[in-house]
Each structure stands twice: as structure tokens, then as C-alpha cells.
Design a binder for this molecule. Sequence first.
Ligand code: PEP
Ligand code: MN
Length: 336
Amino acid sequence: MIIVLKPTTTPEQLAVFSDKLKTDYDVRINRWDGVHSTVLGLIGDTTQVDIEYIEAQDIVESVKRVQEPYKKANRKFHPENTAIKISDTVTIGDGSLHIMAGPCSVESEQQIVGIAKSVQRSGATLLRGGAFKPRTSPYAFQGLKAEGLDLLKIARKATGLPIVTEIMRVSHIDMFENVDIIQVGARNMQNFELLKELGKTNKPILLKRGLSATIEEWLMSAEYIMAGGNDKVMLCERGIRTYETFTRNTLDIAAIPVIKKLSHLPVIIDPSHAAGKSWLVEPLAMAAVAAGADGLIIEVHNDPPHAWSDGAQSLTPAQFDSVAHKLFSLKKALSE
Ligand code: PEP
Ligand code: MN
């Protein structure tokens, strides 16, 4: 961290400020005395330094971080990729490609078990399905809630597929004990109380990127979970808000190599929520695999026109079968 001091700073003020930084943050300080101003370089772990506190000091002209404010999610401190074991046969982040597939919302036993069996035949290795749904309208279907979780477990029993489903509040954590991957939705990416509590569990977490979150904000949210002791975080890019309205969101493909450079955590791409249109799912998913994603989460519905949520972006089982085959072929070609 680099701190530029105002030219009016007295030697006494400088001494008091430097001592405070050293004792509060356990950093070493390099000092350069220029003609017009003095510059301090803080050396050591500056992740805990409160930049707003520094900026608020009378003698400070400006502050700049040269090191990222996240540590546990940072590749600099953990050079090798993190691989997260979900079940005996599914490890995400080990170089293999995993597809989580299933409906936006769990609707009935017949629906979820039927979709689970068909996506499994097409190569999906995890089952997705929303039981608690964050909907833009309070009048829209809000999910089957606890019953939805029970139906997901029935589908898991029928297929052996681990289940991925979204949590919306802290008080539900116990209810999610038996879920294989807990999804934190885009709208909850900065629900810091929820993130902190999930950090106390040892559940794999699929952390979706907020609608307007920067990559650094997203990594700081991962850091919240990891700071509590839970290292099993997967980052899911699902499209961000831009001025474009043709697509539901704009898929930030660059986030894949950027996250891979900055962090060791696995990256999952959700082309369905990015696209908002089923015909766009295949090209976006192919681009994601080509760019190095560790996995995909794709919405599949047995009857999209009658889906209780997100029908327009859902693939039919037959469409998913075709897309999945292309994705695995592309992955194979890239590995050769
Ligand atoms: C979902 O996965 O169905 C969902 C609501 O996703 P997001 O949080 O990315 O909007
Ligand atoms: Mn959805």
C-alpha cells in the first residue's frame, strides 16, 4: 500500500502516524522524502488495513493499494488450483468438466426425478433445482421451499447425483445440512451475514456473482466465507448488468481467465441466466469451456413453455443432450 502525505505534514505528525500504522497493522514502512511530499510504502500483510481510515487522516493526500485486499482467495498465497470433492465421483476444479443441470424451480417429484434421470444420461454429474426462489416480483412463484428440498433428495436417491440448491437466509442453514452444494444467488452475494454463517459450515458453496458486482467485490465475498474457515468456494459467473437489453445479462467471459489469474478457486459458468434465451445457451456454454471454466450450471426443463420459472432460457432434455455432447467433445479436444 502506498500512502502519499500532504506537503504540510510535520515530522511529529509523521512519527505518530507511522507508529500507529506499525502497531495497528504489523507492517514495515519505507519512506521516500520528495521535494513536495513524502510517500510511505507499507510492507507486509495489508489486507486488514482499513483504507477509509487512512484516507480520512488530515495528513493524507492519497492512498493506493498495490496488493489485493483478499488473501485466502488470492492465488499469490495459494498458487495451486483448489479442487473441491463433492462426492466419491465428483471433484470440481481438478481439470475435469462438470455440468450441473436441472430446472430453475423444483415443481414436483415426477418433474425433478424425470429431469434428473435424463440429464444424467446426457452426462450431467450434478442436479440443480431451486426450492427457495428469489423472484423479482413478490407475486411470482416463490418455490416449493422445504418440500422442494425433500424432492431434490428423492431425485438424488434415484440417480446418485449430488444436489445444488439456493439458500436465502441464515436461519435455513440447518435445513441445508443434507444438500451437497449450497448456492448463494446473485442477489445475496453481498449478504455478509449469510456469507459469514456459511463460512462456519464445511459445505461446498457456489457463490454467484452479483448483478453489478466487480470481480474484486465478488472475490471479497468469497473471502468472507473463507475467512470463517470454509475454503470450499466455487465462483459462478451468471452475467452482469450492462446497457445491453437483448440478452437478460451480459456474460463476462473474461471473468474466467481473470479469476483464474487472481484466484485458485474453481469457476463455474451459468449461461442460462446470462442468456435469458434457450438458443443462446449453447454458444455461451461452448465459449465458457473454451475459456477454461471448471463447470457449467444449465437450466433444463421437461416442458419449458409451462415452466413455473425461467422457461424461456431452459433447454429441453433433448436440447441439453445435444449441448452436453458438444461440450464434452470440446473439452476433450482442448485436453489433447
Ligand atoms: C437461479 O439459479 O435460478 C438463480 C436465481 O440465479 P441467479 O442468482 O444467478 O439469478
Ligand atoms: Mn432460474
